[in-house]
Design a protein. Structure first.
Length: 118
C-alpha cells in the first residue's frame, strides 16, 4: 500500500496584490507554511517557500533577476522554475505549481488550508 499526500489547488491571494517580480514578491501564509509569490508578467506567477536556506531571510523581500529570485540579505539566488541555487544545485527551495485563475493566484500544495496574505 502506498501513501501519497493529496495535492490540492489552494487560493493564495489576489494577483493585484502581487508586485512585479522586479520589485519584490508577496508574502503569504498557508497553515504553518510561509510562501513567496512573484508576478512574472502577463498572468504568470511563481510560488515558492519563503525562507532562504542560508539564514532564513524572507525571499518574498527579494527580486527576480535573470530568472532567479535573489535574497535581499546575502544575494543567494534561486531559479524561479526549479528553486535550485545556480551556484550550488544541492541547495534550493521548494517551488509549487501555480496559476492565475480569474483575479486570484492559486498554488498546488499538500495542505487543505486557505492562504492568507500578510
Amino acid at each position: 500500500m502506498s501513501c501519497t499526500k493529496d495535492q490540492s489547488w489552494i487560493e493564495l491571494c489576489p494577483l493585484a496584490e502581487v508586485p512585479l517580480a522586479t520589485e519584490g514578491g508577496r508574502y503569504v501564509t498557508l497553515g504553518n507554511r510561509s510562501l513567496a509569490v512573484f508576478r512574472l508578467g502577463a498572468g504568470a506567477v511563481t510560488v515558492m517557500d519563503d525562507a532562504c536556506p542560508h539564514a532564513g531571510a524572507s525571499l518574498s523581500g527579494g527580486v527576480v533577476e535573470q530568472g532567479c529570485v535573489v535574497c535581499r540579505y546575502h544575494a543567494w539566488a534561486f531559479d524561479i522554475k526549479t528553486g535550485r541555487c545556480p551556484d550550488n544545485p544541492a541547495i534550493g527551495v521548494k517551488v509549487y505549481e501555480s496559476r492565475v485563475k480569474g483575479s486570484m493566484v492559486w498554488a498546488r500544495v499538500e495542505d487543505g488550508s486557505k492562504g492568507s496574505a500578510a
